[in-house]
Design a protein around this ligand. Structure first.
Ligand code: NAP
Length: 285
């Protein structure tokens, strides 16, 4: 097995396939379109990467800033749900602190929920049924599959319990119907003695959002490390992207590891854009 689990070649292969599917949609006078919902007016690394890649593939994108009041948000999302030229809706998480997450996510039509965030689609997933596969968990599973890493019976530890990553991923990995059969532990900021879990993990998946947080003594030798973190830090006056893992150090002791950039991130975007294409395909079928 390669030591570096590269996501970029997997994403490139997916884009070649999507280009053909988008041409077929265009022949049927459909242009796939993704709406990105934002709460904050700051730079989003994730959204800018999505928009850049979508443009190359001829997938339309539009970023909108949501209004503050609940009634106005409801009205805005109702319009997007009804608009037949919009196939996917992706909200930025976390949402504003003043709003209830479950209330907000349930406004989005499950038919356009291209990251499986709505209570309806997440509920289906827990039952082992998939309307849209959540993008980051699917990216992680695609990378594992691509490098022939079988999760069956493996002691798998996920650090982070967000609705985008840890929670759906844990459910997918243990769900009998979804055939992954891993033994999963989910750790978070209240976990006591985190290292007792991480240093025993055969597969360690890290999504905490803390730059270079995981050092060599925190992982098991010869384990598989999936670094989900994307953190922008200053390095010699330049802004650079780093993961949650101190890559140069950890890579020396493990069997395989995803780099940042070039690991999970590119595949996540490919999975998202595929979900937009799937939503558009369902619309013309
Ligand atoms: P998030 O909502 O920011 O939550 C972070 C999680 O880490 C929480 O569950 C938190 O615990 C836990 N945590 C924080 N500090 C910890 C500590 N010291 N020890 C153990 N657990 C700790 O997470 P997210 O949205 O999943 O994002 C995580 C990172 O992944 C970010 O860097 C994000 O940009 C990146 N990301 C990358 C992709 C990709 O495709 N590459 C996709 C999604 C996210 P509590 O729940 O107790 O607070």
């Amino acid at each position: 097995m390669r030591k570096e689990l590269l996501g970029k070649p997997i994403a490139e292969k997916k884009y070649a396939e999507l280009q053909e599917r988008i041409k077929l949609l265009n022949n049927k006078k459909t242009e796939p379109k993704l709406m990105l919902l934002r709460f904050r007016n700051d730079f989003s690394y994730y959204n800018s990467a999505i928009i850049k890649t979508a443009n190359k593939l001829n997938i339309k994108t539009e970023e909108i800033y949501l209004p503050q009041h609940k009634k106005d948000i409801e009205h805005t999302i109702e319009i997007l749900n009804k608009d037949r030229t919009i196939h996917g809706i992706l909200p930025e998480l976390p949402i504003s602190k003043e709003l209830d997450e479950r209330w907000f996510l349930s406004l989005i039509s499950p038919l356009k929920d291209v990251d499986c965030l709505t209570p309806y689609n997440l509920g289906l997933l827990i039952h082992g049924e998939v309307n849209f596969f959540p993008n980051t968990p699917r990216s992680i599973i695609t990378i594992l599959d691509n490098y022939n890493i079988d999760t069956m019976g493996m002691n798998t530890v996920i650090v982070g319990r967000s609705l985008e990553v840890g929670i759906p991923l844990a459910n997918i990995l243990v769900n009998k119907k979804l055939n992954r059969h891993a033994t999963v532990t989910v750790c978070h900021s209240k976990t006591r003695n985190l290292l007792s879990y991480t240093t025993n993990a055969d597969i360690l998946i890290i999504a905490v959002g803390k730059a270079n947080f995981f050092r060599a003594h925190m992982v098991k030798e010869e384990s598989i490390i999936i670094d989900v973190g994307t953190n922008i830090v200053e390095d010699n006056g330049k802004k650079v992207l780093v993961g949650d893992v101190f890559y140069q150090e950890v890579k020396e002791v493990v069997r395989a590891i995803t780099p940042v950039p070039g690991g999970v991130g590119p595949v996540t975007i490919a999975m998202l854009l595929e979900n937009v294409v799937i939503a558009a395909e369902r619309n013309v079928a």
